[in-house]
Design a protein. Structure first.
Length: 299
């Protein structure tokens, strides 16, 4: 049985397109842009084709087309106009809309086709910063507002993970290690949000350093085992939800006492949980970063 979400509330449309529900209602009444169905309780209900049309309308409107002009086009002509505008557009708005549509409809081919069109004109680094990071930010918001399901979130993040892995393998086969510095990348116990860390692994390898990627939910005691193998180790971790605000300070204390008492050992950290501590009080071997880009600059 096909259980793909095919109907959307007006609030879903607002979250997915960025157009206020009030504006959508006005456009319906004044220009007949959408024809929603009604539930038994007279609540608007929109189809997947309506979502796609509104994403296209939003894109054209953001690129200077007046809504009255868009309304004068036949519905079948709007996607063609979007393609024409997108060719000249230097922003990622159309790409973001297409990725979101692929996620909502579990459309793997649309995701791959969109990604392939980017590869023709951009490096993988640019795609990650300019397209994947905005998409992941949107996914977080859409998930929090119950606009998308956990399955849709996992669908999109798994496809992004695949692209990071493919490009990491490619860069590993091309690049030689040029420094003696070793980076050990891991996530703390119960932390599973690893896309940012995976991309850092890609960037570290691309910079000619040795990277040891340990992945999700690694206890501190396991990190100690690596100390006997290398003289210059920088541990790198991403605190998205763990350790939580009640445990982050004790976690850093434990890491400091267990790992950083060895010479030439450092700890680089980033992630939104760092907002829960005063980074100015961190030990000198620990450095906090507010973005992936700023950490990469330090390599």
């Amino acid at each position: 049985m096909n259980n793909i979400k095919s109907t959307f509330s007006i609030k879903d449309l607002e979250h997915l397109t960025g157009i206020k529900a009030h504006t959508i209602r006005i456009w319906e009444k004044r220009y007949n842009l959408l024809q929603p169905e009604r539930t038994d309780t007279n609540i608007r209900c929109y189809s997947l084709s309506s979502l796609q049309k509104l994403l296209n309308i939003s894109y054209l409107n953001n690129n200077g087309y007046k809504i009255s002009k868009i309304a004068s086009y036949e519905s079948s002509k709007i996607p063609d106009l979007v393609k024409e505008v997108a060719i000249k557009d230097q922003t990622n708005n159309h790409t973001l809309s297409t990725f979101k549509l692929a996620m909502v409809n579990f459309d793997q081919k649309l995701f791959y086709d969109t990604y392939s069109s980017l590869v023709d004109v951009k490096s993988f680094e640019s795609i990650f910063y300019e397209d994947f990071i905005p998409l992941l930010s949107e996914i977080g918001m859409l998930w929090q507002t119950d606009t998308i399901t956990p399955a849709q979130e996992h669908f999109a993040t798994t496809l992004i993970r695949q692209k990071i892995l493919i490009n990491t393998e490619k860069i590993q086969s091309q690049n030689q290690i040029k420094s003696k510095k070793v980076f050990v990348l891991y996530l703390p116990d119960n932390e599973v949000h690893e896309l940012g860390l995976m991309f850092l692994n890609y960037q570290i390898i691309a910079s000619g350093h040795q990277s040891i990627y340990l992945g999700q939910s690694v206890p501190i005691k396991s990190l100690k085992d690596i100390l006997g193998y290398y003289d210059d180790i920088t541990y790198v971790s991403y605190f998205t939800v763990k350790p939580d605000k009640n445990n982050i300070e004790s976690y850093i204390d434990e890491f400091t006492n267990t790992i950083l008492n060895h010479p030439h050992t450092k700890f680089w950290i980033l992630g939104r949980m760092l907002s829960e501590i005063d980074i100015k009080t961190l030990p000198k071997q620990i450095q906090a970063f507010d973005s992936i880009k700023n950490l990469v600059k330090k390599l």
